[in-house]
Design a protein around this ligand. Sequence first.
Ligand code: ADP
Ligand code: MG
Length: 252
Amino acid sequence: MTTPQRQTRTDAAIDVIELHKHFGDNEVLKGIDFHVDNGQVVCVIGPSGSGKSTLLRCVNLLEQPTSGRIFIEGDEITDPDVDVNAIRSRIGMVFQQFNLFPHLTVLRNLTIAQQRVKKRGKDEAVEIARRNLAKVGLSEKEGAYPAHLSGGQQQRAAMARALSMDPDMMMFDEPTSALDPELVGDVLGVMKDLASEGMTMMVVTHEMGFAREVGDKVVFMDDGVIVEEGDPREVLGNPQHERTQAFLSKVL
Ligand code: ADP
Ligand code: MG
């Protein structure tokens, strides 16, 4: 293909150009083009199966795109010659399932990758872990095992673990979808704090209140395309496209 492609925005945190992703014959992303500026909170919404998780996973190359280009802080992660792990380490990931090691304490869950990947000494790793546990309100749980924490506490521990790796940006894939309703608020509260500190964030979520209040931009996806994007108050309050209207009428 020789389709001319637009120039990358070298100053953006994330820049996605003409991204396509097939699983076999199934085209799941059909030409996604969007960017996230530094310090911006972009919320991605859309029905189940629309490609939100695949998009997130392509951005840090957990999925290999079929075509298209992705730049992280001006560096092309889709360049075959690039050190993918070095670029990926700038992005903290938080998933719906918390993926904590069940056989390790909370503190050890936070120090293990710091020591192995960041090559930090134990004392430094512990100090950084404790700072981040305090930030998510879990200082008193550092010696607990994941099974003894509530889902909300486990998710906050997973966030503290990601933050302990000093990411430049954070990506969240439905971080509150597995939680009992009364535990959602604490997790969203920590995310809101992060946003107000200026963290660049890309958040797949069904929490429209969060998107409206914290999001700088909302992106609505359906069937592998971005149907509509813009100011959360505009997109959520006055959607222009019939598909956006239909989706929002079900979730609002
Ligand atoms: P969403 O997160 O919006 O619910 P996904 O990105 O998980 O959507 O999935 C989009 C589509 O891609 C779905 O049809 C799903 O079945 C398909 N899909 C996702 N991951 C895979 C995979 N590893 N192999 C095959 N199909 C996949
Ligand atoms: Mg998903």
